[in-house]
Design a binder for this molecule. Sequence first.
Ligand code: PA5
Length: 444
Amino acid sequence: MTLIHLKTSYLEKFVHSQEAEQMRPLVEAANQELREGTGVGHDFRGWLDLPANYDHDEFKRIQAAAAKIKADSDVLICIGIGGSYLGAQAAIEFLHSSFPLQSNLPEVVFCGNSLSGTYLHDLITWLGDRDFSLNVISKSGTTTETSIAFRILKRLLVKKYGEKGAAERVYATTDRERGALKTEADAAGYECFVIPDDLGGRFSVLSAVGLLPIAVAGGDIEALMQGAAEARRDYADLSLTDSPYAYAVMRNILYRKGFVTELLENFEPNLRMLGEWWKQLMGESEGKDEKGIFPASANLTTDLHSLGQYIQQGRRNLMETMLWVKHPAADQTIPADAENLDQLNFLAGKTMNYVNEQAFQGVVLAHTDGGVPVMTLELPDTSEQTLGYVIYFFELAVGISGYLNGINPFNQPGVEAYKRNMFGLLGKPGYEDLHADLQKRLQD
Ligand code: PA5
């Protein structure tokens, strides 16, 4: 019995049962390649066994660092981009209320994920004179967005606490031995955490990349790892129909029929960032060699009042995967009203979760009738255990899905193109020819 439940029965009118059956040998081959390390990109499969094989000594250091930050900081600023922040922010939102409730915990905020000077200025203004620490996260150690934000915030930290005090408040999560950040961290004496060589950024949330910020925000990282370990055990069994394998199969069948965009949707605002994390995981893994499902996300019922029209009746190239939380963290009962001017008394005594569930079921059927294939994934709750399980579900699904679609799901060669151009335009040493070429193209 798995913790989360994939429902594919709404796909009946889009996928015939024999189509899924015919994919079976392909899934078995993909699974074998993945598990035996014979497929492309096999050096980056560390996530597959991470929930069982993580570094327990480092895990204790993460817990100790989190305790120190909780004791000496009002704010933890996480600096990183892409895989170096999305998972942590998604997890913190997933596990916590949309509003700050536990005033005894530091606020965890994120930056270095854009080049907006306004954003960083506003963050520094908001920070004011509060005590803070920095967690700078970069696998390469050379990412421009991250490096700029770190340089600016480090200066602020030194001004406030002096060189030595500042060094005790910087936590660097980076490569074990390579990169500018590692060199600087060693020279300055920052506490370092490792992003293992065999983990791509988008698969790194269950390493120190995600664990330190999540722990500082009050998340139970042991339960998180246990949830992922449980999924790893459950999904060792390829015979499960309710699984990442079934998800990978269905989305690939649909993709080949022209459903080229997948929307991951939620009905709880605290799952919004999970959609952002998922978009990177799927998009960066699958969008290559001129193919791949385009990953998008929507927050319901909010976006039914903006995107709903398009989904219901627009171009028929969409599929949807809807996340449904069976037991959300809290609820509200709708009161009776003697005057009933808003005509809501037919709902008096019902809860908002009940109404949300009717909306969920109604939208599944409406979109199916409108020609949009829908899968649902039911989560029991928004606990750490469930989150770990869900993370592993999608990581495994994208590994299988990538191999089914004949691409390397573990590299990201396309991410470099804009970086090269940016370095050229900024005049970074070594990029002089590119600088001249790009300037000419822009002037033309
Ligand atoms: O998944 C990836 O590899 C990327 O999105 C990276 O996470 C992102 O570019 C940040 O890279 P780095 O951690 O090296 O700073």
